[in-house]
Structures are given as structure tokens and as C-alpha cells.
Ligand binder design. Structure first.
Ligand code: BES
Ligand code: ZN
Length: 507
């Protein structure tokens, strides 16, 4: 829509209402929530869905401050990317104010019945009442993460950092809405093993929310920096052997995706600087921006040393705070501030990293001692289907993920039954484990998993889990039949973001 303005116009008033079909919004019935008592609403604006619920200039290169008045039924609570209430009031009318300029994709709103519990002075968690205690336990490290992050990259600029645990249909793992990260309940495991997602969303408070990619072609400036930063936070929190496991999983995901893009003739999509002209920016949401971006920064860090690299990044976040930046300007800044100002010779293959396809030769190596142990366990499993020589009781979620991902592609049904008897994958309460295990189950149409797999696909709306399982199912005729049957029931539970991708895959 175009609104003509003249030079004397100071203000434009737009009266509008959104349609029930606005794609950012997901209206949930009580049955689709954790407590199953009350309806719930949440938004997902990134990448270009803010325009479906607010008339605005929906580009990440444009920022605004805002105030909002939101009316919800009495007794309900509403939160936005702004200063937030912690309790519901008697009127159901809430006023929001966001004084710091944000881009449109960070606009968010959530409404429903949920509680708040503090974690530290500046951090807290909102969740439905049946989830609040579990959430408080799971996210206990939030305040520590915030302090670690500030220690590396400078003061947190957004006042409070709170997180809300959404119902399971939330299509992402997390979304870095300023002051109120949205999170999937699938990271609540009871053992705090998936909290790197919180580190990731928190890290966006610098990379993304403070310094924003100017266009979706520069998406790696948001996500690559954030993965790098996430790993640094987790390294400080849990040690370098932990961070090495995260790196190794990053690398495996990246290598797989690069290989499949190359085979599918999509070499251009393996460049850090994307060209999404005429396409949906959602096409740019791949491991390239995240993990190739991450490894590029790790490569730079390894070249100049952590100390110089940290102070460079700290200065960069300060210089570009509340602004957007594109790839080209970043490279100029890099050359000047990382290399020249430190009297260093620039590394020679920056253009290959940023504008080249595939993976550069200078891709950093990853050495995860804990995964080498798992690799040995995999060899032993291939030999005699036993892990007796390994202390699997000490394995973390990440070791299990690595193990399951790298099981032989041609697992027999007997072997799967044995794995289930020994380790109970099919009935695991950990969504990341189910996410990788069900891919094997889908490939081999492993009957004993069908009930659990159907439940998982029906209840969880997180696209990262749905896509690989449905993709694997749709490779065989019988599997496709099952996929369509499950999807028929499950589709109404999914947010547009997930059903849009699945419609493309299955229809
Ligand atoms: N900002 C992203 C989510 C996103 C990206 C939504 C692009 C829409 C378009 C968020 O920070 C993110 O990366 N989430 C990941 C988790 C992370 C630990 C890799 C996710 O949801 O899985
Ligand atoms: Zn992210």
C-alpha cells in the first residue's frame, strides 16, 4: 500500500484491523496450551510477517520506537517487545512503551493466562502455571548468562531480559523479541541440557537487536555472530569441552547442508552474502548463515587471538548500536578495526568466505574429545551392538544426539528394538533426542515408534523437528501415506511458518 505524503505532513494516522488469517498470529484454543484451560495468542514476525498484523515499513533496515495500548479479557496478561507487566491487572488493559528503536521483525505480542517468576535481578520467566516450576529450574542460569555476556561484549542495553515459555506449537526454538525472548517448551528437559538456546537468544541482544542486518541478504550478520557469541557464553558457563561439542554439531550440520545444496544445484545459497531477490527471506534461513557465519568468525578469532577479537567486537557493537549494517560495510570496518588498527596483515581469503560457494580450505578444525569417545562407542556398536565398555550413564544430551545422528543408515529393526530396550529413545522425554531418533524411525518405518512419533508430530510445532521427519517419511510410498495421515490431523496445530513449509513438502 502507498500513502501519499506532502512535505507539511508531520503525522499519519492509519485505522486498520487485522484479519483472522494474519500469518504472524497464532490463535490457540485451550486444548493447544499446556494448562488446557484458556486460549492463547502469540505472534511471530520474523522474517516478513510483521506486515500481516501491523501496517509498517517491514524492512530490517528501518527502526522505530513505539507505545501501544492492548486490551485483553480481564484476568489475562499481555506482553510485548517493551517494558512489561509481571502480573495481570483487573482491567485487562495494558500500556506498553518501547523507547529504544527496533526493527519491525522484532515486534511481538503474546496474550493468555500465565505466571511470572524471577530468576535474578534483571531476569525472569513467564510460563503457564503447570510449567512455571519446571521453567524456573530449567532457566536458573539466565542471570549468569547475562553477566557472562556483558563481560565479553559490553553492557546489556535493554533493561530487563525475560523469557516466556510458549505452547508447543511455537514454530521456532526461540525468538529474540527484545526484553521478552519467546521459547519453545521443547527445551525443558529437567536437566538444563538444552539451555544453549537461551544463550543464543540472549546473544541476539547484541548481534541482531542492537546491530541489525540491513537486509535479509545479510542475515549471517545476525545469526553467524549470534552462534559465535552463544558458543562463547556456553564455553564460559560449562567449559570448553562442552563448547567443542556444540561446535562439532555445528560443523556436521553445515557439512551436510553444503553437500546437499551443492548436489541440488543451489551453490549460490552456500554463500554468506545471499541473493534473495524475488524470493522469500525464509529461504535464507539455513545453516549457512548460522554455522558458516559462525566458523568465519571463529576463523578470524583464531587468526588474531581471542583478546583482540573480543575488543574488536565490543567496539563494533558500540559503534553500530541501534543501527543496521550490511556485509560490505562490515568488511570495511573489519579491515580497518581488526587488522589495520592492530597493525595486522588482513587474512587473505575473506572474499572466499563471504562471497564464495561451499566451504573454504581454512575452515577451522573441531576437536571434541567427548565426541571422539562417542565415535569409539559407535564403532563398538557397529561391531557387536554393545556399549558396555562406555560410561553412557555419564553422557549428556549432546553425546546422545551425536550418537544417534551417526548410527548406521541401514539399521535393522532388531537393532532398533535393542537400542530402544537399552536406552529407550522412542520414549525419551527429550525433544532433541526424539528429533534425531525419529528420522531413523521414519526411514525404516519402524512400527514400534509410530504411536510416539505421531504424538510428537502432532504436539510439537517446531519446524526444525518437523521437517526432517516428514521429509524422511515422504521418501517411501508407505511413509508418505503415514505422513499425510498425521499431517491431516496435526496441521491445524501448526503456525503458518511451519504449515507453509510442510505444504510445500507434502502437497
Ligand atoms: N531469530 C531466530 C529465529 C528465526 C530466524 C525466525 C529467521 C524467523 C526467521 C532465532 O534466534 C533462532 O535462531 N532460533 C533457533 C535456535 C538457535 C539455538 C539456533 C531455532 O529456533 O531453532
Ligand atoms: Zn538466532
Amino acid at each position: 500500500m502507498e500513502i501519499p505524503v506532502s512535505i507539511n505532513d508531520e503525522k499519519i494516522i492509519i485505522k486498520y484491523s487485522t484479519s483472522t488469517g494474519a500469518e504472524a498470529l497464532q490463535w490457540l484454543s485451550p486444548e493447544q496450551t499446556a494448562d488446557k484451560q484458556e486460549p492463547f495468542l502469540f505472534t511471530q514476525s520474523q522474517a516478513i510477517l510483521a506486515r500481516s498484523w501491523i501496517p509498517l515499513q517491514d524492512s530490517p533496515g528501518i527502526r522505530f520506537t513505539y507505545t501501544a495500548e492492548v486490551t485483553v479479557p480481564k484476568g489475562y496478561l499481555a506482553l510485548m517487545s517493551a517494558e512489561n507487566p509481571q502480573k495481570s491487572n483487573g482491567t485487562g488493559v495494558y500500556h506498553f512503551k518501547m523507547d529504544q528503536p527496533i526493527p519491525s521483525y522484532l515486534m511481538s505480542l503474546v496474550a493468555g493466562k500465565f505466571d511470572f517468576t524471577p530468576i535474578g535481578n534483571r531476569t525472569g520467566v513467564y510460563a503457564e502455571s503447570s510449567m512455571i516450576e519446571k521453567s524456573k529450574y530449567e532457566f536458573q542460569e539466565m542471570e549468569d548468562m547475562l553477566e557472562i555476556a556483558e563481560g565479553i561484549y559490553g553492557k546489556y542495553q535493554w533493561d530487563r531480559y525475560d523469557l516466556i515459555v510458549l505452547p508447543p506449537s511455537f514454530p521456532f526454538g526461540g525468538m529474540e523479541n527484545p526484553r521478552i525472548t519467546f521459547a519453545t517448551p521443547t527445551i525443558i528437559t529437567g536437566d538444563r541440557s538444552l539451555t544453549s538456546l537461551v544463550a543464543h537468544e540472549l546473544a541476539h541482544s547484541w548481534s541482531g537487536n542492537l546491530v541489525t542486518n540491513a537486509t535479509w541478504n545479510d542475515f549471517w550478520l545476525n545469526e553467524g555472530f549470534t552462534v559465535y557469541f552463544e558458543h562463547r557464553i556456553m564455553e564460559a558457563l560449562k567449559g570448553s569441552d562442552y563448547a567443542e561439542m556444540l561446535s562439532s554439531l555445528s560443523l556436521q550440520g553445515l557439512q551436510e547442508e553444503v553437500e546437499s545444496f551443492m548436489n541440488e544445484g543451489k551453490a549460490d545459497d552456500t554463500k554468506l552474502k545471499l541473493n534473495l531477490e524475488g524470493r522469500n527471506p525464509d529461504d535464507g534461513v539455513t545453516t549457512i548463515a548460522y554455522d558458516k557465519g559462525y566458523f568465519f568468525l571463529k576463523y578470524l578469532e583464531q587468526n588474531v587471538g581471542k583478546e583482540i577479537f573480543d575488543s574488536f567486537l565490543k567496539e563494533y557493537f558500540k559503534e553500530y548500536a541501534f543501527k543496521s549494517n550490511n556485509t560490505e560495510a562490515f568488511l570495511i570496518y573489519l579491515d580497518e578495526h581488526l587488522f589495520k588498527n592492530n597493525g595486522l596483515k588482513p587474512v587473505g581469503d575473506i572474499n572466499e568466505w563471504v562471497y564464495g560457494t561451499g566451504l573454504p580450505k581454512s575452515l577451522p578444525q573441531v576437536n571434541s574429545a567427548r565426541f571422539i569417545n562417542v565415535d569409539n562407542a559407535l564403532n563398538s556398536w557397529r561391531e557387536d551392538e554393545s556399549l558396555d565398555a562406555f560410561h553412557t550413564e555419564l553422557w549428556s544430551t549432546h553425546e546422545w544426539i551425536h550418537f544417534i545422528k551417526n548410527l548406521p543408515q541401514d539399521l535393522s529393526e532388531e537393532s532398533m528394538i535393542r537400542l530402544d530396550e537399552l536406552y529407550g529413545f522412542t520414549n525419551s522425554g527429550n525433544a532433541e533426542i526424539l528429533g534425531v531418533w525419529f528420522v531413523h524411525c521414519a526411514r525404516h518405518l519402524y512400527q514400534p515408534s509410530f504411536r510416539a512419533m505421531t504424538n510428537f508430530l502432532t504436539e510439537t510445532g517446531r519446524r526444525k523437528f518437523l521437517m526432517p521427519i516428514y521429509t524422511e517419511l515422504s521418501k517411501s510410498e508407505e511413509g508418505k501415506f503415514l505422513a499425510l495421515k498425521i499431517y491431516g490431523h496435526a496441521r491445524p496445530n501448526y503456525h503458518f511458518v511451519a504449515s507453509n513449509s510442510l505444504d510445500e513438502l507434502l502437497f
